[in-house]
Ligand binder design. Structure first.
Ligand SMILES: C[S@@+](CC[C@H](N)C(=O)[O-])C[C@H]1O[C@@H](n2cnc3c(N)ncnc32)[C@H](O)[C@@H]1O
Length: 283
């Protein structure tokens, strides 16, 4: 079985091109929500599961008094993040950002040394989410904050994917080719369950909200998205003649769908919380 790191190592470049733009508006909204609740942070910020550096780079750009560490288990992702930061930031801002290989369940920081932990679309991949959130609690200074967003559990049908599955069935490609879906043990049951989990760990001022991530895929480029990112391994593994049939069949099926069918809409949970200054009782 592939590890999460090897999966992201292998898809890092494609991730930045195809998937980060889908997540970006919702991920960046997390920073707005944090700011509305707690104001601009100062001090040390960690972005857990930074990927191509989306939140880390934006944190440095919008918050002049922070030092940011982008942490990820995938070395290749961190290389992409570093290059993205060099493209996006000037030298003074670059001095306030660093990249670190590490695990959400074992954060490489001393107790009570971090002012803000942020994370977008990474905690769903952590097998033991309570351990990872406990780690965020451990490294936060008293009064420090946690802000994260990830998927809520949902079984959503998306017509373009169904169309693609139909073509796979027709070509008898089924489940044999390609890669199994990534495990997402940490998808959140609901905003309420997330709030209860955070309070049990010891967080206070907990604010969780469900929201919808929507993305309008483009009928003209959805096949490119499948081939370039979502079904990359499958397309790479099959024989050239099968690949051509898969492309043709998918193009034909996608053309039958209305443009509105390409709107992808999936629920997420935003969570904000604070490590208390001292032992506080009650919710
Ligand atoms: C879906 S990407 C999200 C990246 C970025 N936060 C964004 O919103 O674009 C998930 C990232 O989390 C990283 N990751 C997964 N499990 C992790 C873990 N246990 N510890 C650290 N990073 C992890 C992956 O390597 C990947 O870069």
């Amino acid at each position: 079985m592939k590890t999460i790191e090897s999966r992201y190592d292998a898809s890092a470049e494609a991730y930045r091109t195809w998937w980060e733009p889908v997540l970006a508006p919702t991920a960046l909204d997390l920073l707005d929500r944090h700011e509305r609740t707690a104001g601009q942070p100062v001090g040390r910020v960690v972005d857990v599961g930074t990927g191509a550096g989306l939140l880390a780079i934006e944190a440095v750009r919008r918050w002049p008094a922070v030092q940011v560490s982008g942490l990820d288990g995938s070395a290749v992702m961190l290389g992409i993040a570093e290059a993205a930061a060099r493209d996006a930031l000037g030298t003074p801002a670059l001095r306030r950002i660093s990249w670190l290989r590490g695990q959400a369940e074992r954060l490489p920081f001393e107790d009570q040394t971090i002012d803000l932990v942020v994370s977008s679309f990474a905690y769903q991949l952590v097998p033991r989410l309570t351990v990872a959130l406990g780690e965020a609690f451990r490294v936060l200074r008293p009064g420090g904050r946690l802000a994260f967003v990830t998927w809520r559990i949902a079984d959503i049908r998306f017509a373009p994917d169904d169309a693609f599955e139909d073509v796979l069935d027709e070509l008898d490609l089924g489940d044999e080719a390609g890669d199994a879906e990534e495990a997402r043990a940490g998808d959140l049951a609901s905003a309420g369950a997330t709030a209860r989990r955070l309070r049990r760990i010891g967080f206070r001022s907990v604010l969780t909200r469900e929201a919808w991530l929507t993305h309008d895929h483009d009928p003209a480029t959805y096949l490119d998205f499948l081939e370039g990112y979502a079904e990359r391994e499958l397309f790479a593994e099959i024989e050239p003649d099968q690949r051509a049939r898969l492309r043709d069949g998918t193009t034909e099926r996608l053309a039958r769908l209305r443009p509105a069918a390409f709107r992808w809409r999936v629920p997420v949970v935003h969570a904000l919380a604070r490590r208390p200054e001292s032992i506080e009782r009650g919710p």
